[in-house]
Design a protein. Structure first.
Length: 425
């Protein structure tokens, strides 16, 4: 049996509970006592994108329904025409509560995710029109961003078939798949997502193209004749689709011209360049030209892959410090090259793996610095070759000719005039 004091306290608690239940004057809000959920909604877990407006149906009649969002910056909620109208705000997740003057209650989780622009992979080439063969072969473009629920439409389905397929390389990626069926000069393909974002590309369908083939491939070499007759070469186009054009990415090394199906090359400097050939259908072929350093040309200059510059190029500075360890710097804007070695001088001296030479090449391009040496670097310096020195320190000319090469196939050279550079103390 309960003791009299305990029995009295228990009776008081029961009376308070009965009074609250009967509505006899509790100061606490009814929502605290009636926290159960008994109103069916068309969704209790809603996912929206930014700026979406979405209606959730209330499945039970109520008396003066009201609705509240725990975080109105994420989603606002109002009662409109017997539905809960949600308006998405910032990205995030929050709870929305529904109640009325009786005992009807409901709640839902609302998540707002980022609304993405619909972006497709760029069309290869420079024409802005994707070309398809008319033999039924397929080309795919990746959907780089969007909001899901993709659909594709072709303005000429009899010539171009368009569909959306799963990207086999990604569990959540999608591809625009295009199949050429019959020739057409131009058709429009439109892709839309579930948020009505859209993008349109142009497509043409032609007979299969002839491959663009040259009579050389890979890398060719040439010679820079300083002060003499410039070397010329020819490259012949063996097949293609006409209307050819050719470009040199390094006119300081080679200039190019085109006559019919013959490409004329004139070697105007040492270094390296890539030649790109295009036809009317934007088919492409490339040839790389490598020209060894000329040790008769005293012009201070640097070559690294397809980059070549001398001191006449704006933003280009040559620096150096002359001591037992010789440091040679070449700066072009934010890019820089640093070559150093220890010891004296001998023409035709290979510093890599030579005792006490400590050869070093440090290259900074596009904000990334890579260091090469012959002992500790991740990518080895395979050659730092001191080909020639002209003059003495303090004289009119004091020029070093140095070539270098790395294990990953990069190569270049520096022609460094100590009397033409800014000294580094």
């Amino acid at each position: 049996m309960l003791e009299p004091m305990k029995l009295w306290k228990t009776s008081i608690q029961i009376l308070i509970a009965i009074s609250c239940w009967a509505g006899m004057g509790c100061s606490e809000d009814q929502d605290t006592h009636f926290s159960y959920v008994n109103v069916p909604l068309s969704s209790h877990d809603v996912v929206l994108s930014e700026q979406d407006v979405f209606d959730v149906t209330i499945g039970l009649p109520g008396v003066n329904y009201r609705v509240k969002s725990d975080d109105p910056e994420i989603v606002t909620a109002i009662i409109a025409d017997d539905v809960i109208r949600l308006t998405a705000g910032k990205i995030g997740s929050t709870m929305v509560h529904l109640s009325d003057d009786g005992y009807n209650r409901a709640r839902m989780i609302v998540t707002v995710k980022q609304l993405y622009d619909l972006v497709l992979e760029s069309i290869p080439g420079q024409t802005g029109v994707l070309r398809l063969d008319n033999d039924g072969s397929v080309k795919n473009l990746k959907i780089l961003s969007g909001n899901g629920g993709y659909e594709a439409y072709s303005s000429a389905p009899e010539s171009v078939e368009a569909s959306i397929i799963q990207d086999p390389e990604s569990t959540d990626g999608w591809l625009l798949s295009l199949k050429g069926k019959s020739n057409i000069e131009e058709a429009e393909i439109t892709v839309r997502d579930c948020k009505q974002k859209s993008v349109t590309i142009k497509v043409s369908v032609t007979d299969p193209l002839a491959p663009l083939v040259l009579d050389v491939e890979g890398e060719i070499t040439g010679t820079y004749n300083y002060g003499g007759e410039l070397e010329t070469k020819e490259i012949h186009i063996l097949s293609g689709n006409g209307d050819y054009r050719v470009e040199s990415n390094n006119p300081n090394v080679v200039s190019v011209s085109l006559e019919g199906e013959t490409i004329h090359l004139t070697i105007v400097g040492d270094g390296a360049a890539t030649l790109s050939v295009y036809d009317r259908m934007n088919e492409q072929a490339q040839v790389r030209l490598s020209v060894p350093m000329n040790t008769d040309d005293p012009t201070p200059r640097i070559s690294w892959d397809d980059y070549r510059a001398d001191l006449t190029i704006p933003e280009t500075v040559s620096r150096g410090s002359y001591a037992t360890t010789k440091h040679m710097y070449w700066d072009h804007g934010k890019d820089s090259w640093h070559v150093s070695f220890n010891g004296g001088w001998a023409d035709n001296l290979e510093c890599v793996n030579a005792t006490n030479r400590k050869p070093l090449l440090e290259v900074t391009t596009d904000g990334q610095t890579v260091m090469y040496d012959d002992k500790t670097s991740e990518i080895a310096l395979t050659s730092l070759y001191l080909q020639k020195r002209v003059g003495d320190n303090g004289k009119e000319s004091h020029i070093y000719y140095i070539s270098f090469q790395t294990a990953d196939g990069h190569k270049g050279f520096i022609v460094h005039d100590w009397n033409a550079c800014d000294a580094v103390k």
